[in-house]
Design a protein around this ligand. Structure first.
Ligand SMILES: Nc1ncnc2c1ncn2[C@@H]1O[C@H](COP(=O)(O)OP(=O)(O)OP(=O)(O)O)[C@@H](O)[C@H]1O
Ligand SMILES: [Mg+2]
Length: 339
C-alpha cells in the first residue's frame, strides 16, 4: 500500500512517499555505476559512512530524465565518489524504514540544489549487500577543508569561509537548513573553491549518537540539538521525527568552523573528555586555547560569541556573519574578496 505524508520539517515541506522501494528513486544510478566496495578499496571513512571511488557510465543513462540532467553534458564516463551509509547495514527494521523515508526526501531535495558552493548530488546507489538504496553518488574532490588547509599554508582562509558562507546563504534564502556544517563537510575543488557537502544527512541518520557522548561532530553541534531527545519526541511509529535543526543551529556550527579554519585548532581540541551537558550549560571555546584568532584579529571573538549564543534567535544571520568577516579580516585579504 502506498501512502504519502507531509514531511515534518515545514522548511522543506516536501511530500515523501512511504514504503517506497529503490526502483522508485528517479535518481537511482545503481545500474550505471561500476564500484568495488571491498574494505581495502575504501577511499575514506567518516563517522557513519565509507567513501569509495567508482566509475559512472554517463553514456548509458536514459535520456530525458530530469534527475540526470546535470550528467548529460559531461564526459561519457566519470570518476565519482560513492558514500555508503554504514548505518543501513546495522539498523533494525523500524529504524531502517524511517531512514529510507528520510533518505528519499532529503536526497530529492539535495538534487534540486544548484549553487557554486554546494556539492551537487548526482543520485543514489544500492550496493549488492543492501535490499534498498544505501549510498549517495557525488563528484570526487581532492579532499576536505581541513586537509586543504594542511596542504596549503598560504591559502586565503577568508575567501574559503566566504565561499562557504555563500553556500549557506543560498540554503537559508531557500529556507533550507544544512544540519551538519563542519570543516570535514566542506570539500575543496582542484581550483580551491569550497563546496558544502552532506546536505541533510544528519536529518537522514537522525540525532541518535550525537547526544550520548562527545563525537568529533558534537563539538560543532548547537546546544539545542545536543539537548534534544529523538526518542521522546516520537508520537507514533510512523511519524517522522521533528527535529530542532534550524538556520540558527547552522550559524552555531559555522561559528565553530570559522574558529577552526582561522586558528587551525578544532573546538575543544585540548579536552580529552567533555560532557554534552557542559556544552548545553554554556561551555564554549576560549581565546587562551586559540591564539591564532588574535593573530588575525581579536575582534573575531565577538562574532564567534554571537554565533554561539545559547538562544538561537540572538545569533546573527548568515548575511551579517559575511559582513562581519569581511570587516574583521586583514586589509590585504579583504581587498582580494570580490564584492
Ligand atoms: N565527494 C568527495 N570527494 C572527496 N572526498 C570526500 C568526498 N566526500 C567525502 N570525502 C572525504 O571523506 C571524509 C569522510 O566523509 P564522510 O562524510 O563520510 O564523514 P564525515 O564528514 O567526517 O562525517 P559525517 O558522517 O558526519 O558526514 C571527508 O572528510 C572527506 O575528506
Ligand atoms: Mg561528511
Amino acid at each position: 500500500m502506498m501512502m504519502t505524508v507531509m514531511a515534518e520539517d515545514s522548511s522543506t515541506a516536501v511530500l515523501s512517499t512511504l514504503e517506497g522501494t529503490s526502483s522508485e528513486y528517479e535518481n537511482n544510478l545503481t545500474k550505471y555505476i561500476d564500484a568495488d566496495l571491498r574494505h581495502d578499496t575504501k577511499f575514506e571513512g567518516g563517522g557513519q559512512s565509507d567513501i569509495f571511488t567508482a566509475v559512472l557510465d554517463c553514456g548509458k543513462l536514459p535520456r530525458g530524465v530530469s534527475a540526470f540532467q546535470q550528467l548529460y553534458d559531461g564526459p561519457a564516463t566519470k570518476t565519482v565518489a560513492l558514500k555508503i551509509l554504514r548505518v543501513m547495514a546495522n539498523a533494525d527494521s523500524d529504524r531502517y524504514q524511517i531512514i529510507m523515508r528520510r533518505l528519499k526526501r532529503e536526497t530529492g531535495l539535495w538534487q534540486t540544489l544548484s549553487h557554486d558552493n554546494i556539492v551537487p548530488l548526482f543520485g543514489v546507489y544500492q550496493s549488492p549487500r543492501s535490499p534498498e538504496v544505501d549510498g549517495l553518488v557525488m563528484p570526487l574532490y581532492s579532499g576536505d577543508l581541513k586537509k586543504y588547509l594542511a596542504a596549503h599554508e598560504d591559502a586565503n582562509k577568508l575567501l574559503l569561509l566566504l565561499g562557504t558562507a555563500k553556500g549557506i546563504e543560498y540554503l537559508h534564502t531557500k529556507r533550507l537548513v544544512h544540519g551538519d556544517i563542519k570543516p570535514r563537510n566542506i570539500l575543496v575543488t582542484a581550483e580551491g573553491v569550497p563546496m558544502l557537502s552532506d546536505f541533510g544527512t544528519s536529518r537522514i541518520l537522525g540525532m541518535k549518537g550525537y547526544t550520548t557522548n562527545l563525537t568529533t561532530t558534537t563539538t560543532y553541534t548547537a546546544p539545542e540539538i545536543l539537548d534534544f531527545d529523538e526518542d521522546d519526541s516520537k508520537t507514533s511509529e510512523n511519524k517522522e521525527t521533528p527535529h530542532p535543526l534550524s538556520s540558527y543551529s547552522d550559524i552555531y556550527s559555522f561559528g565553530m568552523t570559522i574558529l577552526e579554519v582561522i586558528d587551525g585548532r578544532a573546538p575543544f581540541y585540548h579536552r580529552r573528555a567533555i560532557l554534552v551537558r557542559q556544552i548545553v550549560d554554556g561551555l564554549r571555546p576560549e581565546p587562551k586555547h586559540h591564539p591564532g584568532i588574535d593573530e588575525v584579529n581579536g575582534k573575531i571573538w565577538i562574532l564567534l560569541g554571537q554565533c554561539w549564543e545559547r538562544d538561537g534567535k540572538l545569533r546573527p544571520d548568515i548575511g551579517k556573519v559575511m559582513l562581519e568577516l569581511q570587516c574583521l579580516a586583514p586589509l590585504d585579504a579583504a581587498s582580494s574578496v570580490e564584492a
